[in-house]
Every structure is written in structure tokens, then in C-alpha cells.
Design a binder for this molecule. Structure first.
Ligand code: SF4
Length: 570
């Protein structure tokens, strides 16, 4: 069984831009923030936005205050004026590609042209576009409706940006033959074109199609129509709970796509649910996937990775095999990761629904595991010496305070900040914490060559940075909405990918230069293999979304474990 995720699935540029703008406004302003209509067609996200004091208005009141964001679809110009007159501060997040169509209509309407819009009459974008047509706008949803329109002396023809391409192609061809004086504009968004072309191709290549996205979302509905039109079994769902597995039961390969306003984590959740359900047909595979997910959700994988890095650090410096510190690092990471996941159950409901459910169901056992592992780690570090114990205590405090309002940093309006509120903090804190427990803590006890310690520290933190920043990129949309301050949120996805790749190239160079300078043990250069493989994988994952989030996490976590395994033979 194969599940192929469309490369074009998920947020388009315009929706991502509008979501970013409203979230930026919510951190910048204290006043209530409203969106004029739902920002995106997703009930969970809308609920999350309300929790962040981002509300929705459907009508313009006579009087109002606060900030109103005009979403990507745009509005008629008179609505924008009415919002301002009512007393709102308006942030216009209309997608630039929709603005282009508004400008075209406005320009020709001023010259007296009629406007024909190929689009859904009730769609907000079309309602907004009609507002620019100065009362001479007409909408059509089919060729029949188009042919029923009166003959115009002067007219322009435009399409809703998410219109079905083949329908609009038919209109354009008719105009060329029968009404060459009509000015026809290509206004279907490139993102829509690519999405529709891809789903046609994927539907041909696979046995069934799943389209994820709001039932109210025009572009998602069109994807569902295109998929259904190919004759392949297809389903349109808003979230994974609606999947009809009966329809998919005979499919050997399934294509998965999503509308322009579907957040990434809903796509990932759907992928995982389909994968788990279909794997049930193969007992061994199903058990393996369950086991993989268990290791990832409980952070056992991450904690074994921390132990492996500690071991690798000691081997790189030529120290004796240090299992005690490997165990301390493992217990520390296990404890901190579980506790932070427990604190984050509420926001994880949107970002990682499956993990949130797991943590909610098993919170008692997970608390016990986290406290026991944290306590045992501290006890073992105490046996290593006071400095080691104090260092681990500080790191534990820092790790726990990530989600808590106990750091006396003042943010705007006198609120106390959490470490979480500092831009980029999540990624950086994890890197510092891991670097400390895997490399510095053992170095306090085993007094080795300080230069070798620095090299080992850079090697470990580089790998942890690449791993953490990559996971943060995978979770960027949910983290942004749930308010986590990761590096990709601060720098953007592309920049973060570049930084990860440069870091890994630096790592490879670091191993070879340090080895040549005699700072690392004989055969240490073998460890350059790990950043090299990670570089290739991350480059591949950056371009290709055919591998699921679960597989990607597992592969990257496994590379940290592989560092320890490789160290055992050097
Ligand atoms: S589909 Fe295209 S035009 Fe519409 S919001 Fe997205 S990027 Fe903009």
C-alpha cells in the first residue's frame, strides 16, 4: 500500500500570508482582533484563533472598535470603507493575486466596461470582485449561464482565482471565436492551476483519491470534483475522522491532496490515520508502525538519541566508554520532553492531535515516568559530583520553565513572559540543553582536552540543531497558530532549510579539520558520515513530500542513534 501526498497540498501563499498577518497582529496589539468572515475553513483552527482573542464578525456593525483583518478573498470596496467608518482599524490581507483581479475590474469598470466573472456567486472572493464592477458585474458558473448573458459592446472576462481551469478554458475559446472584442484575462491563480493539474495526474496514477479541506472551501470542492471526474474512487473530508475506509478498501495506492486553506497538521493526521488503518490488513506492518509511533510519541527515541550522542562525544575525545553520563542524558531528555508535551496538551490538540490524545489518556503514567526519570537523572548526576548535579538542576529548571510564566521578562502591557515567548527560543533551548547534558556535563567530570570538548560540543549541538529545526519546519503552521516561537517561525521555512544545510556542511568540515589537527581520536572521521546522510535526507525531504511526517521523524531520530552505534566501532 502506498499513499502519495500531493506536493501542492495545503496552504497557498495568500492564505499563509493572511494567517501570518492576523497572528502577527495578535502579538502586536492588545485590542480585540476580528476577521471579517472566517479566516480559513477549518473549525478547529477557528476555535484556536478565538482562544487567542481573534474573533470573527460576519456583518459590519454601526459602531465598533479594535482591529479587523480582511482575509485573503478580499471584500467589496464599500465594505472596507464601512469598516473604517464603524471605527475599526483595518488590516487588508487580501491576497495580491486577488488584488490584481480587483484592479483589472476597477480599471475597466471606470471606462464603462461590463464585467463577467466565471465564479461562484456566493463565494466571498466573487462578492468582493463584483464590488469593483460598478454595478455592471455578472457571474456565471457554467457555459449555459454564460450563453444566456446579454451581448455586451464592451466587456471583460475574468475568473475567480480558484476556478476550474477546463471550464474557464471553454469560456476563453468561445470568446475568441464568437466575441473577440471581449477582453479576457487569465486570472486563475498559478497555485490553483498547479493543484488541479497535479490532482488530475495523481488520480490517473493512483487507485483512489482523498481530498482534505473545508466543505465550504471552493478550491477544495473543485479538487474533489476533478478527482471524482476521473472516475477513480474519491472522498472529500474535512478531517481524518470522516474517512470512509470502505471506499478505499480496494486501493493499492492512494493520492492525498488538500485545499489551499488546509493546515499541514490536518494533512499529516489524515495520512497517519489512513496509513494506520490500511496497515491493519498486514498485522506485522501494523505492529511495526504502532511501535514506531509509540517510540516517537513517548520520546523514547529522542532520549536514546541523547544517550547515543553522549556516548559518541566521549568516544570522539578518546575517553573511556561512558555509560553513566549516557544514562543521565537519556533520563534528562526523556523527562523534559514528556513534561513539556504534558504542559502542551492544549495546544497540541490542534498541532499534533494524536499525540495530545495519547498524553491526555495516559497523563498519570507519563507524569510518573517523567518525574522518575528526571529524579533518577539528578541522583546519578549527584553521584558524579556537585558541579554536575548543579548543572543538571539548572538545565532541568530551564527545561521546565519553557512553558511556565516564571521567567521575569516583561513583555508588552506588563505581562510576564515565558521562555516560549522569546523568538526562536524553542529551537535554541533544546540545542543548549542537549549540548550541555551530552557533552559539557561529562566534561566537568572527565577532564579532557578543552579543544576536543569544544569540537565534540559543536558536533553534537550541530546535529541536534539540524534535527530540531527540521522538526520545527514540519510543525511550522501549527506552532505559529499555537504560539510556539521556533526558529523557522522567526526566519521562515526557506531560510531555516538553508541554515540547517550550512550547519551540516560545517559539521562535516569540523570533523575532518579537527581530526587532521589531532583533536579527535583515530577513525573519528567516520562520524562525518552522519551529518552527510542527514544533509542528503533533509535536502530530499525539502523537495519531496512523498515521505510521511512519521517516517521523516523516525529516520532523523534514528540518525542520532546511529551516531552512537557508529562510535562503538571507532
Ligand atoms: S489560491 Fe491563489 S489567489 Fe487565492 S488566496 Fe491562494 S494564492 Fe491567493
Amino acid at each position: 500500500m502506498k499513499i502519495v501526498i500531493a506536493k501542492t497540498a495545503g496552504f497557498c501563499m495568500g492564505v499563509r500570508r493572511a494567517v501570518d498577518m492576523v497572528l502577527d497582529a495578535s502579538t502586536r496589539y492588545q485590542e480585540p482582533i476580528f476577521t471579517y468572515g472566517p479566516l480559513i475553513h477549518n473549525p478547529q483552527v477557528l476555535q484556536m484563533l478565538e482562544e487567542k482573542k481573534i474573533f470573527r464578525i460576519e456583518r459590519i456593525p454601526e459602531k465598533g472598535s479594535g482591529i479587523v483583518l480582511i482575509r485573503a478573498h478580499g471584500v467589496p470596496p464599500e465594505d472596507q470603507t464601512a469598516l473604517k467608518q464603524a471605527g475599526f482599524t483595518v488590516i487588508n490581507a487580501t491576497c495580491p493575486r486577488v488584488v490584481r483581479v480587483q484592479v483589472i475590474i476597477n480599471r475597466y469598470a471606470k471606462k464603462g466596461y461590463s464585467t463577467i466573472i466565471a465564479g461562484d456567486k456566493n463565494h466571498p472572493e466573487v462578492i468582493g470582485l463584483l464590488g469593483y464592477a460598478k454595478g455592471k458585474g455578472h457571474t456565471i458558473t457554467s457555459m449555459e449561464e454564460f450563453l444566456l448573458l446579454p451581448w455586451f459592446e464592451n466587456a471583460i472576462v475574468v475568473a475567480q482565482t480558484t476556478q476550474n481551469m477546463s471550464f474557464y478554458d471553454g469560456i476563453k475559446t468561445w470568446c475568441q471565436t464568437h466575441a473577440p472584442h471581449y477582453r479576457v484575462f487569465d486570472t486563475i491563480c498559478g497555485s490553483t492551476e498547479k493543484r488541479q493539474t497535479e490532482i488530475r495526474k495523481l488520480a490517473e496514477e493512483n487507485d483512489a483519491v482523498i481530498v482534505v479541506g473545508g466543505k465550504e472551501s471552493g478550491n477544495t470542492r473543485r479538487l474533489a470534483e476533478i478527482a471524482a471526474g476521473t472516475g477513480k474512487p474519491s472522498i472529500h473530508i474535512e478531517d481524518a475522522a470522516e474517512i470512509d475506509y470502505e471506499t478505499l478498501s480496494h486501493a493499492k495506492s492512494i493520492a492525498l491532496t488538500a485545499g489551499a486553506s488546509t493546515p499541514n497538521w490536518i494533512i499529516t493526521d489524515t495520512y497517519r490515520k489512513v496509513e494506520n488503518n490500511l496497515q491493519k490488513r498486514h498485522a506485522v506492518k501494523a505492529a511495526l508502525y504502532l511501535f514506531r509511533d509509540f517510540l516517537l510519541k513517548t520520546n523514547i527515541m529522542a532520549s536514546i538519541g541523547a544517550a547515543s550522542l553522549t556516548y559518541a562525544c566521549s568516544r570522539l575525545q578518546g575517553n573511556e566508554r561512558d555509560f553513566r553520563h549516557a544514562l543521565i542524558a537519556m533520563l534528562y531528555v526523556l523527562s523534559m520532553q514528556i513534561m513539556n508535551n504534558l504542559f502542551a496538551i492544549r495546544s497540541d490538540r490542534y498541532n499534533h492531535p494524536k499525540r495530545a490524545h495519547f498524553y491526555k489518556e495516559n497523563h498519570v503514567y507519563l507524569w510518573i515516568l517523567a518525574v522518575l526519570s528526571g529524579g533518577t537523572g539528578l541522583y546519578l548526576s549527584f553521584l558524579s559530583g556537585v558541579v554536575s548535579f548543579v548543572l543538571l538542576l539548572i538545565m532541568s529548571f530551564l527545561g521546565l520553565s519553557y512553558n511556565q510564566k516564571i521567567i521575569p521578562i516583561q513583555v508588552k502591557k506588563g505581562k510576564t513572559a515565558r521562555i516560549k515567548d522569546i523568538p526562536g527560543s524553542k529551537t535554541i533551548l533544546i540545542v543548549i540543553a542537549w549540548g550541555t547534558v551530552t557533552c559539557l556535563l561529562p566534561a566537568v567530570v572527565i577532564h579532557g582536552n578543552p579543544f576536543s570538548v569544544v569540537v565534540a560540543f559543536l558536533f553534537v549541538t550541530g546535529l541536534v540543531f539540524a534535527r530540531t529545526a527540521f522538526f520545527d519546519i514540519l510543525a511550522i503552521q501549527g506552532d505559529r497558530i499555537t504560539g510556539k516561537e521556533t526558529l523557522p517561525i522567526l526566519l521562515g521555512e526557506k531560510q531555516s532549510f538553508n541554515i540547517i544545510k550550512y550547519t551540516l556542511i560545517f559539521e562535516i568540515g569540523l570533523v575532518f579539520v579537527s581530526y587532521s589537527a589531532g583533536l579527535l581520536v583515530n577513525r573519528a572521521f567516520f562520524l562525518a558520515f552522519i551529518p552527510f546522510v542527514m544533509f542528503l535526507l533533509i535536502r530530499f525531504f525539502e523537495k519531496d513530500r512523498l515521505v510521511s511526517g512519521g517516517h521523516r521523524e523516525f529516520i532523523i531520530e534514528f540518525l542520532l542513534i546511529a551516531t552512537g552505534l557508529l562510535s562503538a566501532v571507532i
